[in-house]
Design a protein around this ligand. Sequence first.
Ligand code: ATP
Length: 527
Amino acid sequence: MAEPKNTELMEKIVSLCKRRGFVFQSSEIYGGINGFWDYGPLGAELKRNVKEAWWRDIVQNREDVEGLDATIIMHPTVWKASGHVDTFTDPMVDCKTCKARFRADQMCDTPCPKKPSKKATECEGEKTEPRAFNLMFTTHVGPVKDDANVAYLRPETAQAIFVQFKNVFETSRQKPPFGIAQIGKAFRNEVTPRNFTFRSREFEQMEIEFFIKPDEAIRAISGAVSAPASGEPREDWGWEAWHKYWFESRVAWYESIGLNRDSLHIRWQEQDELAHYARATVDIEFDFPFGQQELEGIAARSDYDLSQHQKVSGKSQTIFDDELRQALSKLDEGQRAELVDSYKAARLKYLLSSGVEQELAEKSAEADGAGFLKGNYVPHVIEPSAGVDRLILALICTAYDEEKVVDEKGKEEVRTVMRFHPRIAPIKVGVFPLLKNKPELVAKAREVKKLLQDHMPVFYDEAGAIGRRYRRQDEAGTPFCLTIDFDTIGENGEETADTVTLRHRDSMKQERVRISDLVGMLLPQVR
Ligand code: ATP
């Protein structure tokens, strides 16, 4: 991408992440390991909040999405069926002079490790021809290390959802349209990990497979497929409407946790970027300091994935839809034949593109058409696939702010403040006794902390001047701070007893609030 890069800002962000305990290099005391990152105390809370917000909004608050928590290592044939063993590769080139290894399609952006001031393409060394490099990490299951025991660390969470589709379908009493969602680790042996946590070798994904009826079934049941429109889901939505629904919902969700709409971009993948089975893919891109880059991809993947697992495992992935069977039986002969033919043609196209030879493919498609007539089909899927770590980075970049303020003594200083949305802020409230050597203040502050900590993460701090304590919480992104002072403990009369000073992070405004009102006031803002 050709956007201007803000390297200075990125350096400040990386430095704050380390200084305040958001993100550390993995195994740092041993020099680190490229492409692996750990989340420190604040980062771990931030990440939990983001994942919990996603899970609550996608799984718990919806009636049409079920959750899944599958293993990282699966049967190796899963990755054969999905295409990852054969095609999950990046083109890699080696520099014959400096021996550095690059992704051929990213060389223009990658510095030469031997001469960091130069881009890889400018390094004088002759390059090898690009070679396909498979990004999956391998391991061996059991004590014997041979080819028969090879297994893979999953490069995406999605395949487990497809492999467990039938189990979830049969146990959850859902029927399409419905989704299965999963959050979990994924591993990719990226050729050139870079841009801090943006491209890592171990990362987390939040993925949804949203299973829908094929358009032929919608046409049979509702008469026609409606044009994509915004708003609440409808019975007559086909794949295009569901695809639009999901990328719009995902953008709205990003806004709800604090990303600015202006920094998010919808990019339709070009025809030549699309996987052969994908009907359309939209990337939601974010303005990172190093350029506009992908945060999440929303792909309309047809019935490819379940069909592949059906073909390779030999286990049927079709479902029976009585509404479809009945709808088809009520149509006239011509309409019915047209829909069955259209379904058969789509199945034939898939079978041929997946390597089945013509005669067998035609026979299978015929059988699929006959099955469709009885109400059976392989569900189609819309896949919103997001990276947790890229989102954390986007949230950190959005939150980071510096502003000039004047302290109590009239001195100008720069305040670094992380303006996280209260919903995802690692710590919600800082609680400070005005003085640490005044036992009544300390006891009261402890009491306030205890009152709040059952409802939200609270940080107790009694060290240093109040202004310094506020600044520390500003850098942590804590939206609210409470100071317990002499008013609180009733030294200035009944009226102000049991009230505290509530200080707002963003405006730095302060107000007096009754302790008994705190939970009711803060909770709706931080949930
Ligand atoms: P890219 O083109 O940037 O390599 P991708 O298109 O291969 O990404 P997907 O396979 O669609 O990515 O994965 C879905 C999401 O998982 C991405 O949108 C991204 O947020 C996240 N993701 C993928 N690879 C990485 C990685 N190496 N490090 C961190 N997050 C990643």
